[in-house]
Design a protein around this ligand. Structure first.
Ligand code: IPE
Ligand code: IPE
Ligand code: MG
Length: 255
């Protein structure tokens, strides 16, 4: 049986988040400048988006540019920003054709003007689509997001709109830029690095993590299927015991 048809439809992760890493090393392997790797990473973005949509995964989030990435050489940053504009302009049609809604998280309002505009246009043009939500994390850092949420809540408390005891996990999650998006069930990082790099720190609390040595520009649909199959083998216990879970399976009323 091929990989795709081995996937259990009923156990499909509802939200997959991806740290797209390894473009620079891929370019180096090909004896080319780093930007060449970023350009070739676009095909991998198409592949995961299409594969996730075909499978019926409702939410896909891609880490495209971190707050820390501003520290890279100026040339690389501006090339990345241009690539984003170019790709957004090109792909909006395909997103609409496939009924995919585009969203962004992070401090994306402070991206360079052309990037901000292309993104805003993409979001506007796809806002009524319902099959899948594709979220780009752009100028994103989880600590920035958590601090911004704390600030917003503190303001609401200061004005008396909210009382301190009302600030619980639910209210806090609502103040994050991911409000309305369920927490990821599967997080994939490519390129063999085993770290989170300031991505979705709050939301990944109970996410299954999957690391692959594949460099992002080489990532294809089959790699996504492999990650999902690995996820489907796992037992998600959420603090309970295996025996409790087995019992609940037999008697779902008794949760
Ligand atoms: C990921 O690839 C893309 C971005 C962070 C924008 P990298 O550019 O980090 O590639 P490596 O990790 O240097 O190989
Ligand atoms: C994380 O990759 C950010 C993105 C994929 C956009 P990095 O390559 O920037 O992460 P570190 O610096 O190796 O942790
Ligand atoms: Mg990297």
């Amino acid at each position: 049986m091929d990989l795709k048809s081995s996937i259990i439809k009923e156990k499909l992760p509802q939200h997959i988040a991806v740290i797209m890493d390894g473009n620079g090393r891929w370019a180096k392997q090909h004896g080319k400048p780093r930007v060449f790797g970023h350009r070739n990473g676009v095909q991998a973005v198409r592949e995961v988006t299409e594969a996730a949509a075909e499978l019926g995964v409702p939410y896909l989030t891609l880490y495209a540019f971190s707050t820390e990435n501003w520290n890279r050489p100026k040339m690389e940053v501006s090339a990345l920003m241009r690539l984003l504009v170019e790709t957004l302009h090109k792909e909006v049609k395909t997103l609409n054709k496939n009924n995919i809604r585009l969203l962004a998280i992070g401090d994306w309002a402070h991206l360079p003007e052309p990037t901000f505009h292309a993104l805003l246009q993409g979001i506007e043009a796809t806002r009524h689509n319902t099959h899948m939500t594709l979220t780009l994390a752009l100028n994103y850092s989880a600590r920035w997001e958590i601090a911004a949420a704390a600030r917003a809540l503190a303001n609401r408390v200061a004005t008396g709109e909210l009382l301190p005891y009302q600030v619980d996990e639910h209210v806090f999650a609502q103040a994050l830029s991911t409000h309305g998006i369920p927490d990821p069930e599967l997080m994939i990082r490519t390129s063999g690095e085993h770290r989170i790099s300031n991505f979705l720190l709050w939301q990944l609390a109970y996410t299954e993590l999957y690391f692959t040595p594949v460099l992002w520009p080489d990532f294809r649909k089959e790699h996504l299927y492999e990650a999902i199959l690995d996820y489907q083998q796992r037992e998600r216990r959420f603090g309970k015991t295996s025996e409790q879970l087995a019992h609940e399976m037999q008697d779902p009323e008794n949760r």
